[in-house]
Design a protein around this ligand. Structure first.
Ligand code: FAD
Ligand code: DHB
Length: 394
């Protein structure tokens, strides 16, 4: 069998790319290692930038998002015992973010894909891609116990940071840049209404905390914890007490407590692979770059990659113009490094490192103070948080 674009991975990047290509009449196949249930339930991102919202609407996946998404006018930063609102409406040119979980994005895209194609195979594990430097790369995978291949004109590796795509680029002379962080996030889901209708990012003497939500009746909360912490290490009351202490500010504010239904520990890394291609194989999303979740960039960057990649592939396949595809790696890396910088900045400004001195903490508070009190700094932060427009978009 053969196809025009072989897509590895049915996360947000692979699923959206398939929709975009399908809509333009380009045939493709999506191969996903895990089963449908696993892919649709994996608890991850919660916020969508304007460009992501627009892309989902444009490809027909905006209906539930418009009904259930919570469109935010801003976010709140808490530090030094005080709350500071960052208002997007006046600062980010009418652009904003929506709180809408990745689980629902994936469910919506899988639903469309299974309804009208292109083919999506679950439990199809890719183990190798060969011939990326030749005219017809081949994807080798296992499906229903059988070894199979699919011959492609192009391969889009949307298979995350542990996938085959990244390894293929590295095996062909690519380079990995990365760093770790000396803390992790402890994430919980709780059956209780969110304590307020916005995202709260808190810097406190006992570390970082984030208040988010999944629905009007489900809260999503994160706490900074030392590396090595396990999900079973913290009892529910300990978690609520720590969250309460970290969000505390002058004035009246109440953290709503409720039954915790899920706990997990999320490690933090920053990684970029250069270049984002090897011959006819192109990396998109986490396959090319990961970042700590603090800046809420990963999913949005994955979407930006595939928007650009789909346009580039369509321009080549439809009009014979290779320029956009040739520019894909450079233009995507530029955007990725800016997102890496923002995520790194937000992470190191909001978390307490284990070896941090009181001097370091004062510097963090000074950076946060500037961020909320200098109109220029606030505007720049708001622009970075809601995300850049893609080149060529208005
Ligand atoms: P993935 O979603 O990882 O999808 C890759 C797919 O490829 C997977 O389904 C995998 O099973 C499949 N695969 C892997 N190997 C193979 C193989 N060999 N063969 C076949 N299939 C394979 N981002 C944001 O923008 N905003 C947020 O608020 C945010 N919060 C986050 C919070 C947490 C706790 C975490 C963990 C992440 C968060 N992120 C956030 C990051 C975001 O979830 C990821 O960046 C996003 O999932 C990337 O999408 P992707 O499609 O590139 O990769
Ligand atoms: C969520 C995750 C983030 O990393 C973030 O910055 C904001 C919200 C969330 O899971 O809801």
């Amino acid at each position: 069998p053969r196809t025009t674009v072989g897509i590895i991975g049915a996360g947000p990047a692979g699923l959206l790319l398939a929709r975009l290509l399908h809509r333009a009449g380009v045939d493709c196949v999506v191969l996903e290692h895990r089963d449908r249930d696993y892919v649709e339930r994996r608890q991850r991102a919660g916020t969508l930038e304007q460009t992501t919202v627009d892309a989902l609407r444009d490809c027909g996946a905006g209906e539930r998002l418009d009904r259930e998404g919570l469109f935010l006018d801003g976010i709140e930063l808490r530090f030094g015992g005080r709350a500071h609102s960052i208002d997007f409406a006046s600062l980010a040119g009418g652009r904003g973010v929506a709180v809408y979980p990745q689980t629902k994005v994936v469910q919506d895209l899988v639903g469309l894909q299974l309804a009208d194609g292109p083919p999506l195979l679950f439990e199809a594990r890719v183990h190798r891609v060969t011939g990326t430097d030749a005219d017809r790369p081949v994807i080798h995978y296992t499906y229903q116990g059988e070894e199979r291949t699919v011959r492609c004109d192009y391969v889009a590796a949307c298979d995350g940071s542990m996938g085959v795509g990244r390894q293929t680029v590295l095996d062909h002379g690519g380079r990995l840049f990365g760093r770790g962080y000396p803390y992790s996030w402890f994430g919980v889901l709780a059956d209780v209404a969110p304590s307020c209708d916005t995202l709260l990012y808190a810097h406190s003497p006992s570390g970082f905390a984030l208040h988010s939500m999944r629905s009007p009746t489900v809260s999503r909360l994160y706490l900074q914890v030392p590396n090595g912490t396990r999900a079973e290490d913290l009892a529910d009351e300990q978690i609520w007490d720590a969250l309460y202490a970290r969000f505390e500010v002058d004035g009246d504010w109440k953290l709503r407590r409720g039954p915790i239904t899920a706990k997990s520990v999320i490690p933090m890394r920053s990684e970029v692979v250069e270049p984002m291609r090897s011959g006819r194989l192109f990396l998109a999303g986490d396959a090319a770059h990961v970042m700590p979740p603090t800046g809420a960039k990963g999913l949005n960057l994955a979407v930006a990659d595939v928007l650009v990649l789909s346009r580039a592939l369509i321009d080549l396949l439809r009009h014979g113009r290779p320029a956009l595809l040739d520019a894909y790696s450079d233009s995507s890396l530029r955007r990725a490094w800016q997102a890496e910088h923002f995520s790194w900045f937000m992470t190191r400004t909001m978390h307490l490192a284990p070896d941090q001195s009181p001097f370091d903490t004062r510097l963090q508070l000074a950076a946060l103070d500037q961020l909320v009190s200098s109109p220029l700094a606030t505007a720049e932060f708001a622009h970075s948080y809601v995300g850049q427009r893609l080149e060529g978009d208005h």
